[in-house]
Design a protein around this ligand. Sequence first.
Ligand code: GLN
Ligand code: ZN
Length: 772
Amino acid sequence: MKTSVLGYPRIGSKRELKRASEKYWKLSISDAELLQTGRDIRKQNWLLQQEAGVDHIPSNDFSFYDQVLDMSLTLGCVPSRYQQVKEESSRLDLYFAMARGIQRDGYDITAMEMTKWFDTNYHYIVPEFVKHQTFDLDATKVVEEYKEALELGVQTRPVLIAPVTFLLLGKEKESGFSRLDLLDQLLPVYFDLIEQLVDLGVTQIQFDEPCLALNLDDAARDAVTQTYTQISHRFPRLEVTLTSYFECYGDNLETVLELPIHALHLDLVRCSAQLGDVLASPKLDEQLILSLGVVDGRNVWKNEFQSSLSTIAQAVQQLGSERVWIATSCSLLHSPCDLDLESNATQLPDAVKGWLAFAKQKVDEVVTLRALALGVKAEDVLQALVANKKANEERKNSGFIHEPKVKRRVERLAPSHSQRVSSFLSRQELQRAKLRLPLYPTTTIGSFPQTPEVRSWRAKFKLGDLTQGQYDQLIQKETEATIRFQEEVGLDVLVHGEFERNDMVEYFGEKLEGFVFTQFGWVQSYGTRCVKPPIIFGDVYRRRPMTVKWSSYAQSLTDRPVKGMLTGPVTILQWSFVRNDQPRATTCQQIALAIRDEVCDLEAAGIGVIQIDEPAIREGLPLRREDWKRYLDWAVECFRISASGVQDDTQIHTHMCYSEFNDIIDSIADMDADVITIETSRSEMELLDAFVEFKYPNEIGPGVYDIHSPRVPSQEEIERLLHRASELLPVGNLWVNPDCGLKTRQWPETKQALQHLVNAARKLREEVAVEA
Ligand code: GLN
Ligand code: ZN
């Protein structure tokens, strides 16, 4: 019985890699220094796993930016626009140019596209393929990292993104071919790479083929079969571990079980049922080893040894312990690094800390589970079992977690809680009478520039250098200035500016019960960007109003309507580590009720327009289409619970961005927000197509100002976009607004752009008046 770790975080437990890379980009450290930081992190990671006693320690899981980009470079899949950079610069600079674009030394080349890695919050760089694509091996990274570990006395199992997944994750940049057709040219490059590794003494390779978690067609499945058949033919002694994660193999299972491989990895956290399916399958080969992914690589909870042990026993009973490995469910890339660093007991109480395990602790769990499964009687092993049982029992019964009132409220949810009093058309009439907005009403998405000054106030307040009173006063001043600006520029529905907020989820997490926070719980999101998700450990509820003070203050300054600003339940759930002792849907319902309370309090305080942001609703979609409906049903219901406690004449807005809406448009309509503001300006209103075809019934504000760029759109440009939108949608339903919040922008460009936006709306109103 062997132990495996599928991958380890590479950002460094204190984000050393981020710091070094960003310095390197600013040219303030040399490439030698950056490369050394990489070596130090790898060394630490390898030795930590070796000391813990892991058998299969990964190499080539390190990356300066992204493992898929590494693979593009390894396979010589470099888009032609980087040709000159390739000839003139180092491998490292070419690599960063592909990741981030390059705009210096006479170059002006765009970056490669980035997109989400399956259903995680990690983003990878999308490989680009052309019709006459060629591949060309550059084995440096894979080979050097293997040798580097060997020199430290660590025999590793190199990890490779496998051929079919590499192709499927990429994009055709020309028409007239399918990227899977490239497999025949790609495989020989992989063979050369494998050969070099085998020559160095590599006996095992981990092939990551997570595309097997998706709905595949026959062509893709055949490509998988062909790949491993050829590899086994050429390298009969190589021990291939095939991994997929984040989902069951589903209807790819038969294909997978017929492959000539040494070991098959199962993510038993995401899909515990598949162990039974595999064990029962007549296709299960007598030699095949099963790698049981029982330690969750994507969440922060301590493993439940007893339940893992019974899973392991089930496999051992049929296969024998030789054919069972114990592993992390996926790479630990998605876990924070080290729980031992957490020392702030007010943010993270010891009781809750005792229920958690980060990457380093998960490595120990894998090793301890093996010892327990083999019946090792050593004192420390037995103690570990006792301690694990105790921690999990404490968690189950903890008074911190369970709030009977909250549970009862969720149980008593009735259909009426997710239903506004009247239908949209009646509400629209009442809202029009009450708000008296002009045609093409203008608004913004919520945040205004978070200047270094605003951020410094928060930092000082946290350090105790500002009192609550002083801090509030500064924020009030900024809010007032922003209200005055919005009045002057002529916006119709104002916002308070969100100056009091650090982050749209963290802000609410800090105010709600059931959340804790870490100091160093960073997880890589993309490149050097890391996020520190809150941890939802217990029943969620609201002790007191969270935003009413700021919204009412802003409303007290003006006669125009000020829009209340809340983050929606699905987005709060999606951007947190979520408890695993109850269904996500239940946790989401609890959050929805807390937000509902806030919505009602805002209404009672005289706020007549309330926005509930749900930018992450699409991200929660399951990987397999057959599972979408179940998710969308509860996600939409949770939004509706949060929005439906108000009177008909209170106008509920929602906002979404970074999304394709086409395939979930009916669910978006089901959310029944009175107004939706969405991102469209970058795609010249293309994203509107879904709303047009579907005949989206409610009001809608397609973004007409791309806030992701410092560029100021001209009035004419905005008019053009509005004309376009007016051809597609009923004019009476249209709003005029930016794409997203303005917090990353600077004031000067914000002011100009919003003036153009208001002027454009006025122009369109005049045109309508003339026509009438
Ligand atoms: N109200 C938020 C803001 O303006 C919305 C942010 C988002 O959509 N990501 O910042
Ligand atoms: Zn947005």
